[in-house]
Write a protein that binds this ligand. Structure first.
Ligand code: ZN
Ligand code: ZN
Length: 338
């Protein structure tokens, strides 16, 4: 089969790889329907994470079941399935508590920009749709496997409620999906922080009511202006830098909550500031598996269309261009078709 391999920062190659095989009775092999490049793939691509050896890339997927291990009984070959970037058995204590992305048997996906993918913990990870969905829904379902699930978690962790005010820090695919989630959870006011016109447009289309283009202290001051000087009820932090985290914490009102889902890179939180802010803070890798049935349903019924975050579609063999376009911010998110 063929797939993407990263060799060094800025160097993603499309190579011939060994076909994946079942390694455990709980594994499945899927044939990729569509896959994509994630904003988090840009961390190693930009040299912000070390690359020790060349390795395959990709953690977002939807596909057709090809083969299942003996303990995988709830999906069968031919079915269309959606999974999560973090696999889970869906039976351990952490899974039962709804934190499948902390499953005691968790394995993170990392080989999905390829024709075929081995899914560990397939019995607990994969959710099959009733029938093979119309191709127009594939991009939306793919978004559910990470960015939509992560945006949902950001809103959930920030405790967005009906009638509340939510701020979304970050206008990447996750932030934009966070806007969708805040809208679905009933936020009355959704303030998207973005300085890129195409992303502002999509944020407004997804339900944002206000756009703030300022960043840092100025951005926080704008949020305060818009919230009677108090701050927002909920803030979704969808970037993972020191500046974005500070901005998020300072934009929340006392008693408000920050959901942080951008993987932190060199982020330090000041304990005294957090203490006196009265702001609740929760984040981490999204428990996408918990949300899958609900989000799949919202996509298939046309209630939400997170597939719109893909503004560039390329054949899988042009994966390198897919990275470059996102790195240069020519694309929000690249969809790849095998
Ligand atoms: Zn991702
Ligand atoms: Zn588990």
């Amino acid at each position: 089969m063929r797939g993407a391999v990263i060799h060094a920062p800025g160097d993603v190659r499309f190579e011939t790889l060994d076909d994946p095989k079942l390694l455990h009775p709980t594994d499945a092999i899927i044939r990729t329907a569509v896959t994509c490049v994630c904003g988090s793939d840009l961390w190693p691509y930009r040299g912000a994470e070390p690359i020790r050896d060349p390795h395959p890339m990709g953690h977002e997927y939807v596909g057709f079941v090809e083969e299942v291990g003996s303990e995988v009984t709830h999906v069968r070959p031919g079915q269309f399935v959606v999974g999560s970037f973090a696999t889970s058995d869906n039976t351990c204590a952490n899974c039962r508590n709804g934190f499948q992305s902390s499953c005691l048997h968790r394995e993170f996906m990392s080989t999905c920009q390829a024709d075929y993918v081995r899914i560990p913990n397939a019995h607990g990870t994969l959710v099959a749709t009733d029938e093979v969905p119309d191709e127009k829904h594939w991009a939306g379902l793919l978004a559910v496997s990470d960015v939509m699930g992560t945006g949902w978690w950001a809103a959930d962790a920030a405790e967005v409620e009906s009638g509340s005010t939510a701020v979304v820090v970050g206008d990447g695919a996750v932030g934009l999906c966070g806007v969708i989630a805040a809208k679905e959870m009933g936020a009355e006011r959704i303030i998207a922080m973005s300085r890129h016109e195409s992303r502002q447009k999509l944020a407004l289309e997804f339900g944002a009511t206000d756009i703030v283009t300022e960043r840092g202290d100025e951005g926080v001051a704008r949020i305060k202006d818009l919230t009677d000087g108090i701050g927002a009820d909920s803030v979704l932090e969808c970037v993972g830098t020191e500046q974005s985290m500070q901005q998020a914490l300072r934009a929340a009102r006392p008693g408000g909550n920050v959901g942080f889902v951008g993987v932190p890179h060199e982020v330090a939180v000041d304990g005294q500031e957090l203490f006196f802010s009265h702001v609740g803070l929760r984040g981490g890798p999204a428990p996408v598996r918990r949300y899958l049935p609900d989000l799949i349903d919202r996509v298939l019924t046309g209630r939400i269309d997170p597939g719109k975050v893909f503004d560039l579609t390329l054949p899988l063999e042009e994966v390198a261009e897919g990275y470059q376009a996102m790195d240069e911010r020519r694309a929000i998110k690249t969809l790849l078709t095998p």
